[in-house]
Structures are given as structure tokens and as C-alpha cells.
Design a protein around this ligand. Structure first.
Ligand code: ZN
Ligand code: ZN
Length: 405
């Protein structure tokens, strides 16, 4: 018997369906290996079936308001709809977007807020119509958990450009119930199977989690602009997104130059496979690179003067912003027409392309450089991300919260 299950049941009192009961019941139905430790005694099939459908009480870590520190919370995950899967979360990455929303910096925050959109876990139960997953499978969930499904962009596997707007995994109303969605800083998640990503056997789960946002965000422009060998790629900003942009561009044979504000990251850039690293503001280096690059991926999370970077593009070259949401500085029209240059934007990627980046990286052993933390270290980790003091992604080990529970 695991003491943790007991504690949980006690906290809820005798009148409420406890997690221990749910898990025991689920084990009776799904008999998944991970439940072996809590399977004890026979349960009636009727009871098991009802319990396995939820709703499910879950532990989470969130903030009550923009200035509040992270604290443990109790939340409820919805009852399984026919196409839903219940995921027992193992790891969740920390993305800068989580920080912006948890701290109310975009003006879109709803509280309480449980962030987290780089989620990996084990499928614990599936709804009656699910075909993509079965209990015991590893599954990932990124930013998108819903979209209209019928518009031209959804039909083209571009859910991230759904004309009716897609639903972020947290800080959004559920499209069916209207209730507030909570993200991956939690021990459980219920999501429609279409938005779940299959995680190949043998993947390094913790280091794969960041591929679900940082990875797909940088993979998608490399795909769209068909980057290959003999092309020169610039990566502006060497953080969570930037370090994966370097790895993914190098994997395609591109010649990569990194632009970083952190002198200490110049050596890192080379270790990651970049051929050159330029310190932000090095005018001489920028002059040497003029008209040289095919594609620049800007991962910088805020607006800045992009003209010096646009000047580095060769004919038909593209500067693609995947980070900043606020204004980019005015651009010289002359600089654009003189080389038929493009300035573009790109956001994450569709579900099919997210599956593609996961499979691509698993086949090539590409993963994020991570620092694994416990849930009680989230607030500290946020401060370190803001201070650019992480190499290169924090990932929360949700199983450590279960042990401590
Ligand atoms: Zn993100
Ligand atoms: Zn749509």
C-alpha cells in the first residue's frame, strides 16, 4: 500500500470519491502495468466503469493571481468524453509564455492559473471511441487542445491558424463546458485524442517534453522555408527555443550562426553545432554577415530593432519571428526591395507537424538540454528564466510531487 493514496483519500473525506478508489477501479478495467502497485482487491465492473470515466480530482501547481507565488492546488479534470484520454502527467516543461500568462503580462490571464504546455505522461484511461491511444501508452500534449476542426486551416493540419481561433491548453474556456482549462503543472490531464501526440518507445521523456512547444515552434519554419544543406541559418536568441532551433537546423545540414546577448553562451552555441556565434551589438561581425543568410529565426521574446538582422538576408531570404508579440521596429522599405527580402511570423505548428517533430527527433536522438526541477521550485525557476539563467529548459518532474504527497 502506498501511503500517498491514503493521505489523498483522507483529505477528501469519506463522502468524496478518492483518488485511491478511482485508481483501484481503473486498474480493474484497464489492468495497465503502472497501476499494479495500487491494484488490490476485486472491484465490481459497474463501479469500475463509472469511476474510470471521471471527473478526476487532480493535484496542480498554480497561482491565485498575477503577483502570487506558485502553490499546490486541487483541481478537477473533466469526465471522459468518448474521444478523450486521461493522462497521468510525468513531466512538464516551463516555457516563457507560461511566465507571461501566470504573471499577467499579456493582459489575457484568468485566475487561478495552472500553466504548462509541454506535457508528457502515460495514458491511464481512454474514452469509448478512442483509437489513437490505449492505456499504458506514452502521450504528449503541447499548446493546442482544441480548434474548430472544419475551417480550411484545420482541414490542412494547420490548427495553429484556425480561423475561429484554437484553444490553448490552459487559461482558456473549454469549448464545450465553458469552464476554465488548466495546464500541465499537474498530475493529470484530460484531452481529446486528436490533440495528443504519440511518444515513441525509448524516448528520453523529460528531455522530449520541450519539443512540444519550443521544438515545434522552431521546426515548423525550418520545414516551411525548406531549409537544407548548404543553406545559412541565423538564430537570434539562445534560450529554450533558440537552442533547439540550432540543433534542428544543424540536423538538416545547415550552416548556423547564433546571435546572443549572453557572452557566456558563445561556447555553448558551438557545442550545440553552430559554426559561429555573434555577440549582440558586434557591429563588425554584423557587417561581415550582410547579404549572407537564407533564413533567420528570431526567438527573442520581446520587440527589438530587427533592421540590422534583415540586412543579413540574401536575395529571397526571410526573417521569421517566432517570439516577440509586441511591436518590431519600423523597417527600411529600401532594405526589403533591394534583396526581395521577406519578414514573416510563425507560431508553434499543427498537430500533424508536432507528431512529425517528435518522430524526427526520436529517430535522431535530438532532445532539449534540460534542468529537472521539483514542483516546489517553479517560482524560483521563473525568476531564473527571466534572468536568462537556464541551460536551456526547465522541466518539472511531476512524479517527484507524487512521492512527496
Ligand atoms: Zn511555449
Ligand atoms: Zn479551424
Amino acid at each position: 500500500m502506498n501511503e500517498a493514496w491514503n493521505d489523498f483519500t483522507h483529505e477528501h473525506g469519506p463522502g468524496i470519491q478518492g483518488r485511491r478508489e478511482i485508481l483501484k477501479s481503473a486498474a480493474a478495467v484497464f489492468a495497465a502495468p503502472m497501476l499494479a502497485g495500487v491494484a488490490e482487491g476485486a472491484q465490481s465492473p459497474q463501479h469500475a466503469s463509472a469511476a474510470a470515466k471521471g471527473p478526476f480530482p487532480a493535484r496542480a501547481y498554480g497561482v491565485a493571481g498575477a503577483k502570487a507565488p506558485f502553490a499546490p492546488m486541487r483541481i478537477e479534470r473533466r469526465a471522459l468524453r468518448p474521444n478523450d484520454v486521461l493522462i497521468d502527467i510525468l513531466y512538464c516543461g516551463i516555457c516563457h509564455s507560461d511566465i507571461h500568462i501566470a504573471r499577467g503580462e499579456w493582459g489575457t490571464s484568468r485566475f487561478p492559473c495552472v500553466p504548462g504546455h509541454e506535457i508528457i505522461g502515460r495514458v491511464q484511461a481512454v474514452g469509448s471511441s478512442v483509437t489513437k491511444f490505449k492505456a499504458g501508452d506514452m502521450a504528449g500534449v503541447g499548446c493546442i487542445i482544441d480548434s474548430c476542426g472544419v475551417c480550411e486551416n484545420c482541414q490542412a493540419d494547420l490548427e495553429q491558424y484556425c480561423v475561429k481561433g484554437w484553444t490553448l491548453v490552459f487559461n482558456t474556456p473549454d469549448r464545450v463546458s465553458g469552464g476554465l482549462n488548466f495546464g500541465g503543472y499537474s498530475d493529470k490531464l484530460v484531452v481529446a485524442e486528436h490533440y495528443g501526440i504519440r511518444i515513441p518507445p525509448g524516448a528520453d521523456l523529460a528531455a522530449t517534453a520541450p519539443l512540444l512547444c519550443a521544438g515545434i515552434t522552431t521546426f515548423s519554419p525550418l520545414q516551411h522555408w525548406k531549409v537544407g544543406a548548404n543553406q545559412r541559418v541565423g538564430v537570434a536568441g539562445l534560450g529554450g527555443l533558440g537552442h533547439l532551433a540550432v540543433k534542428l537546423a544543424v540536423a538538416r545540414g545547415a550552416d548556423v550562426t547564433v546571435f546572443t546577448t549572453s557572452p557566456g553562451k558563445v561556447d555553448d552555441a558551438r557545442r550545440l553545432g553552430a559554426r559561429a556565434a555573434v555577440q549582440w551589438g558586434d557591429a563588425e561581425a554584423m557587417k561581415r554577415l550582410e547579404n549572407q543568410l537564407d533564413l533567420i529565426i528570431s526567438t527573442v521574446p520581446k520587440g527589438y530593432s530587427i533592421q540590422p538582422f534583415v540586412n543579413l538576408l540574401k536575395v529571397d531570404g526571410t526573417f521569421v519571428n517566432v517570439g516577440a508579440l509586441d511591436d518590431l521596429e519600423p523597417l527600411s522599405g529600401r532594405a526589403l526591395i533591394s534583396r526581395r527580402r521577406n519578414v514573416a511570423g510563425s507560431v508553434i505548428g499543427g498537430i500533424a507537424e508536432t507528431q512529425q517533430v517528435i518522430d524526427y527527433c526520436a529517430a535522431r536522438n535530438i532532445k532539449a538540454d534540460i534542468e529537472l526541477i521539483r514542483p516546489d521550485q517553479i517560482s524560483q525557476a521563473y525568476d531564473r528564466v527571466v534572468n536568462k539563467d537556464v541551460r536551456y529548459r526547465f522541466v518539472i518532474d511531476m512524479s517527484s510531487s507524487k512521492e512527496a504527497a
